[in-house]
Design a protein around this ligand. Structure first.
Ligand code: ES4
Ligand code: ZN
Length: 326
């Protein structure tokens, strides 16, 4: 068996996936049509042709525009179910997915509509594909902390429906410390905490995520490698990094996958995992991310096994559930 086939067949978890980023153009068109919403493209191919980004913000502008066709519970269900159906083929057995409620509530969609549509699909995904799942409510960091607090209040009746909170969207100029109080409130409520940090932002943002937000995982974390003291800290804490290779390539965080820091992270004793981030926009689901780095970085069988194990050990499954995969 070649290494790419081996990687594809490994049981794995995905820990960094934005549901809105799994919105394939064909489904976008179908939902736009049934909701009678106009989109400024003639075809799915046209949409794909627009997916050329030179940085995170370029992508986010198109990502929010695409998400604007999502209105009804069925739309959120279809989006989520399509993702689960697709990743069953990559032998993904567990997922911890982000959703961005503010992207929808800002447009007048009820919080409950988003929540119910997504969770019904997650439950059917468990039944139909045997994929277990957890949901992470992600705050948009370009909006205010007050806005994040409002979202957290709307989420309070649903505290049992999600495992934790995250922080995404435009990183530069929006340091983790901006959300210190709302993360403290989430921690008080017993939730897990994660934050995007060190994707485009400096190592200082990773330090803030650790020391001020007190996160349980770092999403991306690439730029941590610029600071040896930070690397030392992340190793000492056994901190999981949810790394997204094809995303990094598409958003020009790296210029070439051969220069991707994933292998260096493994060599330094860090705990990276491989994830797709926004697969419909970045050219591949988790299986394609595994295949791409296996080739570009010449990963060994042992490294692939470590990466798959990291995905379960870094998850928010119970210790007993983790052990069943390790
Ligand atoms: C995102 Cl790649 C990335 N970075 C930050 N926020 C995001 N939301 C969706 N994808
Ligand atoms: Zn992300």
């Amino acid at each position: 068996m070649d290494l790419k086939t081996f990687a594809q067949a490994l049981p794995k978890a995905e820990l960094h996936l934005h549901l809105e980023g799994s919105f394939e153009p064909e489904l976008m068109f179908a939902i736009a049509k049934r909701n009678k919403v106009e989109i400024p493209y003639a075809s799915a191919e046209d949409v794909r042709a627009a997916y050329r980004f030179s940085n995170l913000q370029d992508f986010l502008d198109i990502y929010y525009a695409g998400a604007s066709v999502l209105l009804a519970e069925q739309d959120f269900y279809d989006l989520t179910y399509a993702y689960l159906k697709r990743i069953a083929a990559d032998n993904v057995r567990h997922v911890e997915v982000f959703f961005d409620p503010q992207t929808h509530t800002e447009r007048g969609v009820a919080f409950s509509t988003v929540m119910i549509g997504i969770t019904k699909a997650l439950s059917d995904g468990q039944k139909d594909f045997g994929i277990s799942s957890k949901l992470i409510l992600s705050f948009l960091r370009h909006l205010s902390e007050e806005d994040a607090f409002k979202t957290f209040e709307q989420a309070e009746p649903y505290l049992d429906w999600f495992v934790g909170v995250g922080l995404d969207s435009s990183e530069k100029g929006h340091p983790p410390s901006k959300f210190a109080r709302v993360f403290a409130a989430a921690r008080e409520a017993g939730l897990k905490l994660v934050a995007h940090a060190g994707e485009e932002g400096p190592p200082a943002y990773v330090w803030e995520a650790l020391d001020i937000l007190k996160v349980d995982r770092i999403d991306h974390g690439n730029r941590s490698l610029e600071d040896p003291k930070l690397v030392e800290r992340l190793v000492k804490d056994g901190m999981t990094l949810t790394v997204c290779p094809l995303s990094n390539l598409k958003l020009c965080v790296v210029n070439d996958l051969k220069q991707h820091p994933l292998k260096k992270m493994l060599d330094l004793g860090l705990k990276p995992t491989i994830n797709s981030d926004d697969p419909a926009f970045f050219g591949g689901y988790v299986g394609e991310n595994f295949a791409a780095v296996t080739e570009a970085l010449n990963l060994s069988k042992a490294e692939l096994i470590t990466l798959a194990k990291n995905s379960f050990s870094g998850s928010f499954l119970s210790e007993a559930e983790k052990q069943s995969w390790l």
